[in-house]
Write a protein that binds this ligand. Structure first.
Ligand code: GLN
Length: 498
């Protein structure tokens, strides 16, 4: 079997080839490891490669195939965001604090991947502790967008998104607390899914904001995203927020829904216009809506005044509050980096944290500590939780009328390095459309709907009610096919990836 151009194959095609003995998992692993090391010089999607582990896993898969087993992800290379623990492997969160941290245990999602035959290629770059929207807040240097190497890939899962977009791997895992899977997927022109809160185990995911964090798949199309979802989803007694009624997702999309019967709500407040977005982006996004209507979709405008006006405010109290608590453990004693120059205990804590964390992480810890402090708790944290409830209720009400809600994933396409780095609020605004789904625990996805004038990908977001992930995937599948057929999409693959 000629194994040239393996990188242009879908994950499911690679699994078929390996399952049918047309190629060995070891051959696949070697091909992708070699490609990764060359391409990543340009992209910097990876913090580390797990070469030894990959070859060991691949040999085990080949043995199982020889014994007649069939595996859903037989020999499929995957990259793992570097805030998800892979046993005996460096897990850094792209922070100096954890630069030399070797995970002593395996996360539930990755143990499911290895059992399904996937091969770990490496750990991917992120904004430090997943705080950011551009991957520029990594202690190890930014990841580059494969569509334009002078631009950000989005964040915080920028490494995982860029690794898939540049076809270094067909699949990767990210985590999404306020948009960190969907926003980089949008900016890199691929599919990124945040499942319903509670459907994917967080055991082994290094916590940022536990009530919002959710692991999810990146892939080049819906079918591959569904395959990966089917492997990683499921109840896990090791995660107290994991849901017992998590559905057993099928490996393939069944596409039972009929586009014409689907009740689709276009979120009015998130629409792009000349005041909040560049003209070419507005035009192209509106064209994608038109192509849906032309295909027979019925789209009604819907208003979500509370969720759109207040989500960002609520998020930037709740997320930093939880982060300040979760990150208290990095004290120089129990984990990671320690500043050795201090002469006594308190200065050791202070200097370890001042030197071990980057600027954005320190900013979040300070905001969170402030919002939780006794004099301000009621005014900030408690109030934020009350508004969060109102946001959930607003969605619940709207979903009695609609099957899916749609919007752009972000109000911009990939921006140049440094563009928003000195303006935290501008950076935070990247997530205006993605954060509401995290606050309400909803499943949400970003798919590509076209390109702007600079040939940068445009992300299209769909959301569904909590637990309606299958309906979301079904609908997105129809949308994907419509966008692929419309004249919007000139080229699906960045030239660097060919
Ligand atoms: N960009 C958002 C933040 O900085 C979301 C990050 C995420 O989803 N991990 O918090």
């Amino acid at each position: 079997m000629a194994n040239s151009q393996l990188h242009l194959k879908k994950a499911r095609e690679i699994a078929d080839l390996v399952n049918n003995g047309k190629i060995t998992a070891v051959e696949v692993a070697k091909y992708f490891l070699e490609r990764a090391k060359i391409l990543d010089e340009k992209v910097n999607a990876f913090n580390s490669f797990t070469t030894e582990l990959a070859l060991k896993q691949a040999a085990e898969v080949d043995q199982k195939i020889k014994n007649g087993e069939k595996l859903l992800l037989a020999g499929v290379p995957i990259a793992i965001k570097d805030n998800i623990c892979v046993e005996n492997t460096k897990t850094t969160c792209s922070s100096k604090m954890l630069e030399n941290f070797i995970a002593p245990y395996e996360s539930t999602v990755t143990s499911k991947l290895w059992a399904a035959g996937a091969i770990c290629i490496g750990k991917t770059n992120l904004d430090e502790f997943a705080m950011g929207s551009s991957t520029e807040h990594s202690a190890f240097g930014p990841t580059r967008n494969p569509w334009d190497l002078n631009r950000v890939p989005g964040g915080s899962s920028g490494g995982s998104a860029a690794a898939v977009a540049s076809r270094i791997v067909p699949l990767s895992l990210g985590s999404d607390t306020g948009g960190s899977i969907r926003q980089p997927a949008g900016l890199c022109g691929i599919v990124g899914l945040k499942p319903s809160y509670g459907f994917i185990s967080r055991f082994g995911l290094i916590a940022f904001a536990s009530s919002l964090d959710q692991i999810g798949p990146f892939a080049t199309d819906l079918e591959d995203a569904q395959l990966l979802l089917s492997v990683i989803a499921g109840h896990d007694p090791k995660d107290s927020t994991s849901l017992k009624n998590t559905p057993a997702f099928k490996a393939q999309i069944e596409n039972k829904s009929n586009l014409k019967n689907l009740k689709i709500g276009l979120i009015k407040e998130l629409m792009l216009n000349e005041e909040n977005a560049p003209a070419d982006l507005v035009l192209k996004f509106n064209e994608s809506i038109k192509s849906l209507k032309l295909a027979g979709a019925e789209i009604k405008e819907v208003s979500l005044p509370i969720s759109t006006a207040h989500a960002l405010d609520v998020y930037y109290i709740v997320a930093p509050a939880e982060a300040s608590s979760n990150l208290a453990r990095y004290d120089g004693v129990r984990y990671g980096y320690r500043d050795e120059t201090a002469l006594s205990l308190n200065p050791m804590y202070a200097q370890t944290r001042a030197k071990g964390f980057g600027k954005e992480v320190i900013r979040r810890i300070m905001i969170g500590t402030y919002a939780l402090s006794s004099g301000y708790y009621d005014a900030y944290y408690k109030k934020a939780l009350q508004v969060r409830r109102l946001i959930s209720e607003e969605f619940e009400k709207v979903f009695t009328e609609f099957d899916v809600l749609i919007s752009p994933t972000s109000p911009m396409t990939a921006f140049p390095f440094g563009d928003k780095l000195n303006d935290p609020l501008a950076m935070y605004l990247c997530d205006i459309a993605t954060i509401p789904a995290n606050l309400a625990g909803l499943p949400a996805i970003s798919i590509n709907c076209g390109f702007d004038e600079k040939n940068l990908p445009i992300g299209f977001q769909l959301m569904a009610a909590h637990g309606q992930d299958e309906k979301l995937m079904d609908a997105s599948f129809d949308f994907q096919n419509i966008f692929k057929n419309s004249s919007n999409i000139q080229s699906q693959i960045p030239s660097i990836a060919l």
